[in-house]
Design a protein around this ligand. Structure first.
Ligand SMILES: O=C(O)CCC(=O)C(=O)O
Length: 297
């Protein structure tokens, strides 16, 4: 596994070979504590939640109704681009220096998450099925997109660390869909439908502050959280702003627009593009014209 001392050439070679590399202790405890405190305040209502930010519950928790009062009620917050404290994570220069080596200097944050994987209540819903992130992204080329995922505490097999299949990014985008799990699965947690060799999984155990950078075609997921704690990680996906828009797969479109069969395909396509324009932010370089949201919206 790569460390801070590794040269850029080694990291690039590792990335090309395996589809990921880890930089140890990229963030200090103090830096991460600021984000952890903000997460708490966003959940307990002390900090205002931007209307564009999604606050999600694990389906097992959602079955028991109730309002969100603490971090224990939340499994993930997504799209925090308008939350000034958390968004500082995406602007971190040390992380961006690595990102730019793969995207070039014009960089957009395209997808942001703070994942608070809950203790599994026995139904397996805390698992995240093996998937490729490119499935969700209406952008190409894939090699100008890169993910960062930072452990906010010690993350290991028991609390559901990331599992990756090294080298899987060299393949193509596979068919995804809802996994047939008895206990159910969280909304839009689609998994690879094609046969994958699970014996090839590598488990990424990480310490607080370690950052994994990975390719959007890398097959990855995470196991159940068998501890009593909520496992926390913060993540930002970046793309070169020179990437162009692309359609997303039919099986994803179907779930996103379920119940809206009356909508024209062209409208759906425009809606998806606008969503990604709205939620992405230029974090380095200049914003090309194709990212501008139409002014007549
Ligand atoms: O943090 C996790 O458990 C998995 C996150 C992940 O793979 C994703 O959101 O795409």
């Amino acid at each position: 596994m790569a460390t801070n001392e590794a040269t850029l050439a080694e990291l690039r070679r590792k990335y090309e070979e395996d589809g990921f590399f880890v930089v140890r202790k990229l963030f200090s405890n103090e830096e991460l504590n600021v984000f952890l405190e903000r997460f708490e305040d966003l959940c307990n209502g002390k900090a205002e939640r931007p209307s564009s930010m999604l606050v999600m519950k694990d389906i097992e928790l959602a079955r028991r109704k109730g309002t969100i009062k603490s971090t224990k009620d939340v499994t993930k917050i997504q799209d925090f681009q308008d939350e000034p404290v958390l968004f500082e994570f995406c602007k971190n220069e040390r992380m961006l220096d690595y990102v730019k080596k793969f995207t070039g200097d014009n960089v957009r944050s395209i997808h942001t998450m703070l994942i608070n994987k809950p203790p599994d209540l026995g139904s397996g819903t805390s698992r995240h099925p093996m998937h490729q992130d490119l499935y969700y992204f209406p952008l190409r080329p894939a090699n100008k997109i890169i993910a960062t995922w930072v452990a906010m505490e010690h993350i290991h097999r028991d609390n559901g660390c990331l599992a990756v299949i090294p080298g899987s990014h060299k393949g193509s985008l596979l068919t995804h869909g809802n996994p047939e799990w008895e206990g159910g699965v969280n909304k839009l947690y689609h998994g690879v439908k094609d046969e994958i060799n699970m014996d090839k999984r590598v488990f990424l155990e990480m310490e607080k502050g370690d950052c994994v950078f990975f390719h959007p075609l890398l097959i990855h997921g995470s196991g159940r959280n068998a501890t009593q704690g909520f496992r926390k990680a913060i993540s930002c996906h970046y793309a070169s702003s020179d990437c162009s828009f692309h359609s997303i797969p039919d099986e994803l479109m179907e779930e996103v627009f379920a119940g809206h069969d009356n909508l024209e395909d062209e409208y759906k396509e425009t809606f998806v593009r606008n969503l990604w324009k709205f939620k992405s932010r230029q974090v380095s370089g200049t914003q090309p014209e194709h990212w501008r949201v139409a002014s007549n919206l």
